[in-house]
Design a protein around this ligand. Structure first.
Ligand SMILES: [Cu+2]
Length: 490
């Protein structure tokens, strides 16, 4: 079986070696390089999660790579904007693919609208600074240097302009893959995923344009840890896709600037991992460590249909800072391998049903046009992620354990008291619509004030409840007046 597959792989590789790659096209450029006789090609680096196709070359070439630095405002989470510094307009930077032995002529362009100087250090370079010293580039300027890709592997590149941590922390990193002369076997899908940690002045999911927080960065206390530059980058319609039986290769990088990733795909085992993106293969790995400024290549075959969740298995990063993505596998069930139904909601929370409600509510609040309907829509999504595990999706609660919110006289009697319960939790006997409970609700004060206002507006206007909206200002007031219980978030 194994050798059979191998034979097919070799035949495919040989066949494709005879074809020209669609993504790399010849270029007339003939600037300085080591060997004038080399064929000159222009690389077409891709945005994540796409990966350029294999070079399908059996000889070295001179590859011209152009990277344009852009400083752009984009969403890091629903309704939360951030000024990213990027190689190519998105985080992570564009994926560059060359072949071992290639001469790479790298052009770095710093867009005239940018405010900062930038440069590039590619870990694939052998030479001082990895190119950084040759590429210091002011806005509106362009620099270039040439290197030989001596060693195969998947390498991080990043900006190395002072303050280096800040340039990297704003998203200035990407991956360059130097294909080995003897290439990896072809697979059905190759994807590009890169983790990064971000530091904002506002707390997690606090809306609006959020400035970089130098102190949090120095303390290595990120507000966001995300794949591919935002919380939503691999969620819902943006999920990675594969069919049952298909082989998947993930090129995974970690830009940092601070955290090491415990990269894990819930419900899969990586049957092959090139740990630290080196040449050695490890087999049957559950979670692979990816250091800041490092990478890994992981491979597996999709066998059971459903939604698989990519996480940093340092789990507060996944569930409270955004380090969560999806791979959707479609195709026939194989009950012998897995009997059950989909269990998305357990891990996905409010990501299970992606919506733009949070962004819309934030936008309308900023413009002073927030309606009760906006709040209810945003609150519905947040409730799923935050409250429904205990109070249940229809607010019906669980007898003797979790009191109902549906038709709750206790909830509706006093909205500021209810706000205080969400912020500070509650413990001790309580009677809700004639039923007695005596348990513990943990404080939810990690949520920003507008999110709490939206959740309360939703629960107070759902499942038979009807009441007025709760405003962000009311939540802010209650937060100020009531001290946090020990251990709760501020
Ligand atoms: Cu920079």
């Amino acid at each position: 079986m194994r050798s059979h597959t191998l034979v097919i792989a070799v035949v495919l590789a040989l066949a494709s070696a005879c074809r020209e790659s669609g993504k790399i096209s010849p270029s007339p450029s003939s600037s300085a390089g080591n060997e004038q006789s080399l064929e000159v090609l222009k690389a077409e680096p891709t945005h994540a999660p796409e990966v350029p196709p294999p070079t399908r070359r059996s000889h070295a070439a001179k590859v011209v790579v152009e990277l344009e630095v852009r400083e752009v405002v984009r969403e890091i989470a629903d309704g939360v904007k951030y000024t990213f510094w990027t190689f190519g307009g998105q985080v992570p930077g564009r994926f560059i693919r060359v072949r071992e032995g290639d001469t790479v002529e790298l052009h770095l362009q710093n867009h005239p609208e940018n405010k900062m100087p930038h440069n590039i250090d590619l870990h694939a370079v052998t030479g001082p600074g990895g190119g950084a010293t040759s590429t210091f580039t002011a806005p509106g300027h362009q620099t270039q240097f040439t290197f030989t890709a001596l060693r195969s592997g998947l390498y991080v590149y990043h900006c190395a302009t002072a303050p280096v941590g800040m340039h990297v922390g704003n998203g200035m990193y990407g991956l360059i893959y130097v294909e080995p002369k003897d290439p990896l076997p072809p697979v059905d899908h190759e994807y590009y995923v890169m983790q990064g940690d971000f530091y904002t002045v506002g707390k997690y999911r606090e809306k609006g344009l959020q400035p970089f927080d130098m102190q949090k960065a120095i303390e290595e206390n990120p507000t966001y840890v995300v794949f591919n530059g935002s919380e939503g980058s691999l969620i819902g319609d943006n999920a990675l896709k594969a069919k049952v039986g298909e082989r998947v290769r993930l090129f995974v990088g970690n830009g940092g600037p601070n955290l090491t990733s415990s990269f894990h795909l819930i419900g899969e085992i990586f049957d092959r991992v090139y740990s630290e993106a080196g040449t050695k293969v490890n087999e049957n790995v559950q979670t692979t460590v990816i250091p800041s400024g490092g990478a890994a290549i992981v491979e597996f075959t999709a066998q059971v249909p459903g939604t698989y969740i990519l996480v940093d298995h340092a789990l507060f990063r996944a569930f409270n800072k955004g380090a969560l993505g999806m791979l959707k596998v479609s195709g026939p069930e194989s009950k012998d391998l897995y009997s059950g139904r989909e269990i998305d909601a357990v891990y996905l929370g409010d990501k299970a049903t992606p919506s733009t409600a949070l962004g819309t509510a934030a936008e309308n609040e900023a413009h002073g046009t927030l309606t009760k309907e906006d709040q209810i829509a945003a609150g519905r999504q947040l409730f799923l992620g935050t409250c429904s595990p205990c109070h249940q999706t229809e607010g019906q609660g669980v007898p003797n354990a979790f009191p109902p919110l549906a038709g709750s006289d206790f909830l509706m009697a006093d909205k500021l008291r209810a706000t205080g319960i969400v912020l500070n939790g509650r413990t001790g006997p309580v009677t809700v619509s004639g039923e007695d409970f005596n348990s513990v609700m943990p404080p939810q004060s990690q949520l920003p004030d507008d999110d709490i206002a939206n959740i309360l507006t939703f629960v107070r206007n759902s499942w038979g409840n009807s009441g007025d909206a709760v405003s962000r200002d009311e939540v802010t007031e209650v937060r100020k007046k009531t001290p946090r219980t020990p251990g709760a978030a501020l």
